[in-house]
Design a protein around this ligand. Sequence first.
Ligand code: FSO
Ligand code: SF4
Length: 554
Amino acid sequence: MSMFCYQCQETSRNLGCTMRGVCGKSPELCHLLDLSIHAMKGLAWVNVKLLTYGKYYPEDSLAVMQGLFKTITNANWDEEQIKDTITKLVALRDKRFAELDALYIAKNGKPCPLPPPAAVAFKVKPEDYEEFGKQVGVLATANEDVRSLRETIIYGIKGISAYGDHAAMLGYFDDEVNKFVMEGLAATINDSLTAEQLTALVIKTGEHAVKVMALLDKANTESYGVPEPTVVQLSVGTNPGILVSGHDLKDFEELLQQTEGKGIDIYTHSEMLPANYYPAFKKYKHFHGNYGSSWWHQLEDFENFNGPILMTTNCIVPLRKEQTYLDRFFTTGMTGYPGAVHIPDREPGKPKDFSALIAKAKTCQPPKELENGTITGGFNHRTVLALADKIIEAVKAGAIKKFVVMAGCDGRMPSRKYFTEIAEKLPKDAVILTAGCAKYRDIKLPLGDIGGIPRVLDAGQCNDSYSLAVIALKLKEAFGLDDVNKLPLAFDIAWYEQKAVAVLLALLSLGFKNMRLGPTLPGFLSPNVAKVIIDTFGLTQTADADGDVAAIMA
Ligand code: FSO
Ligand code: SF4
């Protein structure tokens, strides 16, 4: 075994990647990422102790959230960036520990003890990071159930961290989320916690995932307006273009501002598609539309695009050996890729400097056209609930029989054709509620509408699954029901990486039951932990499309 990772849906044999990641992650990168998480656990532990002395450092929570964001599947492939992150986190941890030690000595007359796995004690040089990383990975927890619960908490917090970072970039913070990130992470090195206590923390992780998605929804809509129903062009123009992927709307805004009037068109890819729905972005005439499909199509999409690509977050797919577009591949924020130009963070009070990207675009050919249809989306909860009367009427009249939430992530496994089949096989009186890159399995299908209500309502990015939960909870009130599970609503959701874990835990914490999850249940759930979740929440794995459609409509 050269490494161990089981954090995403495509983990090898649904047990774990042990030689090299199915995603392409090397053992070396895996060990560095593991060590970075170990350093973050130490910093979190110190921060939790400092809180008992009334010392709260939100900047440390942001450092941890950004560090964890880099460890999400397909986010950062650059070993040098990860080494630098470890060095900075260790320096911060040591600074805070010195402060804690002084406070502890003043109170107790002796030095502060370290936690059992000594996550605050390692002092290794960057050249030894990889070697040390081998000792502190997932398998350092021997008991498979404890390991499963700890990792479920960590993966949920990774998702919370990604959304927390997006909100922070727009100037929005939530102290409860900041503190929970530290509390949850520190709990994963606390050997005295029982399985029951760790299970309670899993639920608490879901509750904080709801909080952070609500925060990001507020940040996005207050900054850029409420997304509105929009028809998005898939064809291309005649100018050179810049293709923006990932989820960071602040990066998108600043790039639009810096490219205005320069003869360059801006296109969205994958999870950036919902940028088309925001009023603040629609006003830019050079914002052309969307290009291509979900993340795993990027090797072909980016090749054909001809112009520079900006990755603001995951998912980055490793380039083919020929590296045909590496010279026009740019990363920023928490992403990284060896050989790509990384656009640095903002300096205080200034926007990011995208001039290198813009200069590159001017030397490139316009994109090659892939298709020329449209996508309709922009159904934020505020927009949908403005139509609540119409929707309730359609349900009462029997025109809408079922709402089916098919949100989450797309992935490259052939088994994911299931989600397209479900969309095609659902009867015409079922409405699909979607968010995240899972939408690419059905959003281009001609599924029609029900009395003017499109049969696929796209709320936005994966974090906008929050919108779908709000819609359900408001409809419960409008129908006068005492339980959200009594609504004509079914969940058939797709997951891939750790933001989807946060979304899943959020839905469980909100009381949604009997959800279908696919194409597989998470490999990081041990048989015992999976049983508890299945028994408590009625979670099931997606099966065959015909059977599932029948069960959904029953
Ligand atoms: Fe997709 Fe990737 Fe948004 Fe994920 S692009 S898979 S859950 O990063 O974050 O939905
Ligand atoms: Fe394997 Fe997924 Fe981990 Fe990549 S992120 S190494 S595919 S489990």
